[in-house]
Design a protein around this ligand. Structure first.
Ligand code: GLN
Ligand code: ZN
Length: 779
């Protein structure tokens, strides 16, 4: 018996994003469901063949999804909310996509970049299920809707169908199921005070039936994912895990279950996990290397351990000899037959294939491994363990050399950055004076009316803007012509804002492809891929920047555009920056440096930009931290440490500004209750947040905290093309002023307007300015 290799899950989107294009063609009515399903079948066949060819022993099936595996699970167990026209049986593609995207309505706009947490699905008509981030990844799942009377019945046999589909192609697979406890925990309970977990008793028989059918179809192992094991669980929840796995394992004897937790260690769920009556247990040894030593003394002899030693969440090539040093004693101790090697989690979160990549410089490239390369690494490790290191001597040497090169490369290590970081003092993270001293200085300098109006930064990225950018990228539009085009767009936007009567203007961000990429491209230490796509949700993919080295800012990044825009108007023009925490959280990060240190490096680079903008004359500078909240660790006990360095990084970026310079920040969400102290500690002069859809109730967190500074609660929802009427916005402003003092309030939309079109933007902003005028007249 030998050590075997598993992948836990393979990217679905296809090496050339084939699924994306097939989905979008289908949604646009250009292809029928049959054509889409054929493409999907082809992608599955290719993924299975590829993995089998690379030597994977446990090739996954049912890891594919047309949109989302949580939605697939809801469809499997018949948890389809009323109103979608479903009356039992398989869920057809039209209903499936209605749940995913809403009926009618255009392809939802992603105004906020990956991970904003917004419901981007609804397009009018039937709403989509709510979309939320999958644990701490940038993948978004659709939250099942469950209510107290919910019943379950096997509605879709997708796991069995895909198992048989693979077998017909000659590939035996290990089907993947989302486990019942995680499924219920991810569901959105439709009634207050009702816990979806109370439905477990009704859900388990469906899982039993699926497992029985898989066993009957010939499955030997089934992988059950319970990533909820990386969260804080209550004793009751742990008890339900024991109950569930007691039922599942006893009802289907002969079928072996591999229980997979990932995205973190088992923490205080460890003894629960290791004592579940399953046949195998997966460990995320990238996030929690300590779990190996904790588990070894506890694991019964027969338990198969799946060792997640290759990082499924990042892009770095592993140091294989170093991993073997750790693995060899474990194999000697437990026996090869009881060891499976795996990525830390599904490869869903990694780009597919480095061989397709053309955008990365050769030196950096040798440090990288995407999905396919990670599988190859696992195969090398398995071979070394099964046949001895000599059998793969060349591969091990190449891995060692690459790891060594990365450790010592001058591209990564910049002594000046290290020295600057070491010299950073706590005082640098504090403004010269407290908020109440800064406020009058800023008020005097800016001379704004009460309830000042502004927007969040971006204006419509029209077809023309995107075309010009890609023509410039392809070299078909000269630098000068592109720049001229952007200047004209900016000038038009500035003129229109003056006309609309906005008080604090923005330049519109026409020159920016993306709020992180734009900065990453100008900072040293970041690399960008051409083909490193990762699924964000449905057909949406992102190409996160790769933060590989020490970060510094060789030259000002935004000052020229700011200066141009400010030169067009006498009103204050906001400097517009992305904050260090957001840049970090939306990138692949270094694994050779603690996150917090990488974040501080970025903070110092942004600080330079703040100072340059200020020196150029900017009176107002906004530092967006759209992704601060989503960086929160999965376990509550880790929150304080994260928030401490995240807040400190923001302050380091902002606090160089003089007292009379007004620092704004923006966050694309509205849940602040549990982080309000950290928000307060950021010490921004003005924060704009999303509140339109929650009708200002979410301001209560600020009220409870007695937040001293100014707040711009969004008064219109930018996720929809609908133009809100003046009265709607005055009502929201009234609701806001019931909670906050008038002099604390700004008037702005929920977020940037880049996904909107100009006519609706102009109409909505005009109404917003009018609403502010009326509210001022009342006060
Ligand atoms: N300034 C950015 C914009 O307006 C902010 C976007 C965001 O926070 N997601 O587009
Ligand atoms: Zn936003």
């Amino acid at each position: 018996m030998t050590v075997t290799v598993a992948t836990l899950g393979f990217p679905r989107i296809g090496p050339r994003r084939e699924l994306k294009f097939a989905l979008e063609a289908h949604w646009a009515g250009k292809t029928d469901a049959q054509t889409l399903l054929e493409t999907a079948r082809g992608l599955r066949a290719a993924a299975w063949a590829r993995q089998a060819g690379l030597g994977v022993d446990h090739v996954p099936s049912n890891d594919f999804s047309l949109y989302d595996h949580v939605l697939d699970t809801a469809a499997m167990v018949g948890a389809i909310p009323a109103g979608y026209g479903w009356s039992g049986g398989p869920v057809d593609t039209a209903t499936y996509f209605a749940l995913a995207r809403g009926r009618q309505g255009a392809e939802p706009a992603d105004a906020c970049g990956p991970g904003c947490g917004h419901d981007h699905g609804a397009g009018g008509g039937l709403p989509a299920l709510e979309m939320t981030k999958w644990f701490d990844t940038n993948y978004h799942y659709l939250a099942p809707q469950l209510s107290p009377g919910q019943t379950f019945a096997l509605a879709s046999t997708k796991p069995v169908d895909e198992f048989l589909e693979a077998r017909a192609l000659g590939v035996p697979t290990r089907p993947v199921l989302l486990g019942p406890i995680t499924f219920l925990k991810l569901a959105k309970a439709q009634d207050e005070g009702f816990s979806a977990l109370s439905l477990l008793g009704g859900l388990l028989p469906v899982y039993v039936e699926v497992l029985q059918r898989l066993a009957a179809a010939g499955a030997d192992w089934v992988q059950i994912d319970e990533p909820c094991l990386a969260l804080d669980l209550t004793p009751f929840e742990r008890g339900e895990l024991r109950r569930a796995y007691g039922v599942l394992t006893h009802s289907v004897p002969g079928l072996r279950l591999m229980l997979t937790g990932y995205f973190g260690g088992y923490g205080d769920n460890l003894s629960t996990a290791v004592n579940l009556p399953v046949d195998g247990l997966h460990l995320d040894l990238v996030r929690a290397p300590e779990d190996l030593d904790r588990i070894l003394p506890l694991a019964r002899e027969s338990l198969v351990l799946s060792l997640g030693v290759i990082d499924g969440r990042n892009v770095w090539r592993a140091d294989l000899p170093a991993l073997l040093d750790r693995l060899e004693p474990v194999v000697a101790r437990r026996g090869a037959a009881r060891i499976v090697l795996a990525p830390s989690c599904s490869l869903l979160h990694a780009p597919i294939d480095l061989d397709l990549e053309t955008g990365v410089d050769p030196e950096i490239r040798q440090w990288l491994a995407f999905g396919i390369q990670k599988i190859a690494e696992l195969a090398v490790l398995a071979k070394a363990l099964n046949q001895g290191r000599d059998a793969v001597a060349a591969e091990l040497e190449a891995s060692r050399v690459a790891a060594q090169a990365r450790r010592t490369s001058p591209r990564i290590h910049d002594a000046a950055v290290a020295a600057r970081l070491a010299a950073a003092t706590p005082a640098m993270a504090s403004r010269a004076s407290a908020y109440d001293r800064r406020r009058p200085l800023q008020d005097r300098r800016l001379g704004l009316p009460p309830l000042p109006t502004t927007t969040i930064g971006s204006f419509p990225q029209t077809e023309a803007v995107r075309k010009a950018r890609s023509a410039h990228g392809r070299g078909e539009l000269s630098d000068a012509d592109y720049e001229g085009f952007l200047r004209a767009e900016t000038a038009r936007a500035v003129a229109w804002q003056e006309e609309a009567g906005l008080d604090v203007l923005v330049h519109g961000e026409f020159e920016r492809n993306d709020m992180v990429q734009y900065f990453g491209e100008q900072l040293s230490g970041f690399a960008f891929t051409k083909h490193g796509w990762v699924q964000s949700y449905g057909s949406r993919c992102v190409r996160p920047p790769i933060l590989y080295g020490d970060v510094s800012r060789p030259a000002p990044m935004t000052v020229a555009w700011w200066r141009y825009a400010q030169g067009l108007t006498a009103r204050p023009m906001k400097g517009m920056l992305t904050g260090p925490v957001t840049i970090l959280n939306w990138s692949f990060v270094r694994d050779d440096l603690p996150r917090e240190q990488a974040c501080r490096q970025i903070a110092l680079a942004i600080r330079d930009e703040v100072l340059d903008l200020e020196a150029a004359g900017a009176q107002v500078i906004q530092i967006d931290e759209a992704a601060l909240r989503e960086g929160l660790p999965l376990r509550r006990g880790d929150w304080d440490a994260y928030l401490a360095w995240a807040v400190e990084s923001f302050r380091l970026a902002a606090a160089g500004a003089a007292d009379h310079t007004q620092i704004h920040t923006h966050m694309c969400y509205s849940e602040f209750n549990d982080i309000i102290a950290a928000i307060g500690a950021m010490d921004a002069d003005v924060i704009s947040i999303e509140t339109a859809r929650s009708r200002m109730e979410l301001l209560d967190a600020f009220v409870g905290y007695a937040y001293p500074a100014q707040i711009g609660p969004g008064v219109y929802d930018i996720h929809s093309p609908r133009v809100p009427a003046v009265e709607e916005m005055t009502a929201l402003l009234a609701a806001a002023s019931e909670r906050l003092a008038g002099e604390q309030l700004w008037v702005n939309p929920d977020c940037g307007l880049k996904t909107r079109k100009w006519p609706e933007t102009q109409a909505a902003v005009a109404n917003m300015v009018e609403a502010a005028r009326r509210a001022r007249a009342l006060s």
